[in-house]
Design a protein. Structure first.
Length: 318
């Protein structure tokens, strides 16, 4: 009976391996909740563990404020690590940071018109020289963005947090543009028909179109919390859930502040003496695990879900 059920299910699935057809390896986005929400909400025990961990982090932060206030004789929280990481928010540093971010985004957006120009020129001139020329232009753009980041990091007075953000943004946009070029170049080099029952139209389950995606689709992809380009993504229906937006934003801010507090008090040694370094190393064995959990909750969960809930994106699959 089990074999018969498997056979009938395979016949109903158009991507099955029957009749000599290999199952598609293309990622198909389906409406679903995030992995952490599925784990925590679906299991009461994990929900209790999650709440206990959150309470411990809050208590640790409150204890930090109390100890700093007792030492200073007034309500006070030592956040010198935050000021050190941001470079004390100098005007020149912030201006250079904003300018670098704008240039990085502009170079990433320019990939779409460059690809459209390559598609047009390719129909009028020999394909091989045009393809090589577009590839060289694309590589030159990636190298230019890397040089821009290196210039900002080594010549402009930026804090460590700003330098880290610029490097991550350059890496994110490079991965985004690569995915767009990789998925779209297939349409330009080997055009396909949407009515083909065995080709990409079936493999992508309607999430890719035969023609090159519009600039609006590409801009949506640049800011969507995914690194795999599709012309269409499943979207949330109905109004924005502002309660979830506020919840994810508060979780992200709380995780960021807790990360700074734990890193400053547990990981960084008070001095470079042998005893202080050894003590901080031992404390870091536990503190490092907590920091990894905070990164997972704050960045990979709260930050991405915050973008997914916004009205501009409302992507239903993470």
């Amino acid at each position: 009976m089990a074999d018969q059920s498997d056979d009938s299910a395979s016949e109903k699935n158009p991507l099955s391996s029957n009749n000599g057809r290999r199952r598609s390896d293309a990622r198909i986005y389906e409406p679903k909740d995030s992995a952490m929400n599925c784990l925590v909400v679906g299991d009461g025990n994990l929900q209790v563990v999650y709440d206990v961990c959150a309470i411990h982090v809050v208590l640790f932060a409150v204890l930090k404020v109390l100890l700093d206030s007792l030492s200073a004789g007034r309500l006070y929280a030592d956040m010198h690590l935050f000021h050190l990481a941001t470079g004390y928010c100098s005007f020149a540093g912030i201006a250079a940071f904003v300018l670098t971010e704008v240039l990085l985004v502009a170079m990433a957006v320019a990939v779409h018109p460059a690809l459209m120009a390559w598609k047009t020129i390719r129909t009028k001139f020999p394909t091989l020289p045009v393809d090589i020329g577009f590839l060289l232009v694309y590589v030159l753009g990636l190298v230019t963005s890397l040089v821009l980041v290196l210039w900002a990091v080594f010549t402009v007075p930026l804090g460590a947090a700003f330098c880290f953000t610029i490097n991550v943004e350059q890496l994110r946009l490079s991965m985004k543009t690569y995915s767009f070029v990789r998925e779209t170049a297939k349409k330009v080099i080997t055009p396909w028909n949407k009515d083909d029952t065995t080709g990409p139209a079936l493999q992508y389950a309607g999430q890719m179109e035969p023609k090159v995606g519009s600039l609006a689709n590409y801009l949506y992809f640049l800011f969507a919390p995914t690194f795999l380009y599709r012309d269409r993504y499943p979207r949330n229906k109905g109004p924005i859930k502002w309660k979830n937006v506020i919840l994810y934003l508060s979780q992200f801010i709380a995780a960021l502040l807790a990360f700074l507090v734990i890193y400053q008090d547990v990981v960084i040694p008070p001095s470079l003496s042998r005893m202080h370094v050894l003590t901080s190393l031992l404390h870091s064995c536990v503190g490092g695990f907590v920091l990894l959990m905070l990164i997972n909750v704050g960045l990979l969960h709260s930050w991405l879900n915050l973008h997914a809930e916004l009205c501009v994106l409302q992507i239903a699959s993470l």
